[in-house]
Design a protein around this ligand. Structure first.
Ligand code: NAD
Length: 310
């Protein structure tokens, strides 16, 4: 099948592109390289250095005849969304509408969306969080990511587009960029490998649900022709603390290191983990790579490649 991956030069998108090519699909990547990296691009994919907000995006759809899209290009930094909500909304909402409008004019059939379980529910009322938990984003990024789910619903109702929204947990693995604000596994690996001290924001007890990249890629592959018109959480349903992440990386890279603690940053929730029972029951997806294994694989990749340069 001919598919487009927006954000295909980024962490998750580039891993997905590699897998799609292995599965025999023809892949078109659209990425403006704002946080993505040319080194991540698979030479077997057709690459357009293009902003998803640009009106000329339609030319690509007209030329390439895209049947399905995996939409991962986004402003995905919580703090940036708090500091500059207009930019966040322009990329995450208006950019996505531009894709939808362009794609629908040229025969797009399926839209797989990288949503976020970590930012749409807000501070959970119960855990693990199911898809029917109230939506109460605590930051502008959560609002913009969730807004797109409404648009997908409407494009299905009015124009018959099939969609699947995957609400990701915290994803980690090779190619995650440690130079931004997110991606604590990558950040800790980078710092401890360089003999530098890690900072934990809060007292180390904040929790998240961590899923290894290959499992998230597998969920996307599953959603290509199944799970139409539904939202699915991805996750283990297990809360993992910031300190546990630090300690898991430290055990391999720096057994004597201690973190420094600083104030929690605005827009961050304290606890979340996601119930992925719906996707397990309906599509058979389950996470397979444990935290320890995933961290070990990421460290191995880091040692082999030197990680993500600046
Ligand atoms: P990333 O920053 O590595 O990838 C995003 C990609 O989108 C980059 O290659 C960037 O250059 C590109 N991009 C950004 N703005 C663009 C624009 N205006 N036009 C074209 N390309 C643009 O981030 P990631 O971690 O791979 O995240 C991918 C997706 O997964 C995002 O939609 C994010 O919201 C979602 N997500 C990620 C996580 C996580 O833990 N990493 C968690 C929940 C949701």
């Amino acid at each position: 099948m001919k598919v487009m991956v927006t954000g295909g030069a980024g962490f998750i998108g580039s891993n997905l592109v590699d897998r799609l090519l292995t599965e025999g699909h023809q892949v078109v990547v659209v990425d403006n390289l704002s946080t993505g990296r040319r080194e991540n691009l698979n030479p077997d994919a057709t690459f357009y250095q293009q902003d998803i907000r640009d009106e000329t995006l339609e030319v690509i759809f007209a030329k390439e005849g895209i049947e399905a899209i995996f939409h991962l290009a986004a402003q995905m930094d919580v703090r940036k969304s708090v500091a500059d909500p207009v930019y966040d909304a322009r990329v995450n909402i208006l950019g996505t509408i531009n894709i939808l409008q362009s794609g629908m004019k040229h025969g797009l059939k399926k839209f797989v969306y990288a949503s976020t379980g970590g930012a749409v529910y807000g501070e959970p009322r119960f855990m693990p969080v199911t898809e029917d938990h109230p939506i109460n984003p605590d930051c502008q990024y959560g609002i913009s990511k969730h807004t797109v789910e409404h648009y997908l619903y409407v494009y299905n109702r009015l124009q018959g587009l099939n969609w699947t929204a995957l609400r990701y947990p915290n994803v980690f693995g090779p190619r995650q960029n440690p130079h931004g604000e997110a991606g604590v596994v990558a950040i800790f690996i980078q710092l401890l490998s360089g003999g530098k001290q890690c900072t934990i924001f809060g007292d180390g007890s904040k929790t998240r649900d961590y899923v290894y990249i290959d499992d998230v890629v597998q969920a996307n592959i599953t959603a290509l022709d199944r799970g139409d018109n539904a939202c699915y959480n991805l996750g283990w349903g297990t809360p993992v603390s910031d300190f546990t992440i630090f300690d898991t990386v430290r055990r391999v890279l720096g057994p004597d290191d201690e973190p420094r603690y600083e104030d929690v940053r605005a827009g961050e929730i304290f606890h979340i983990c996601l119930d992925a029972g719906k996707i397990r029951e309906q599509l058979g997806w389950v996470p397979t790579v444990s935290l320890e294994d995933g961290v070990a694989r990421t460290i191995e990749w880091y040692r082999r490649t030197g990680g993500v340069g600046r």
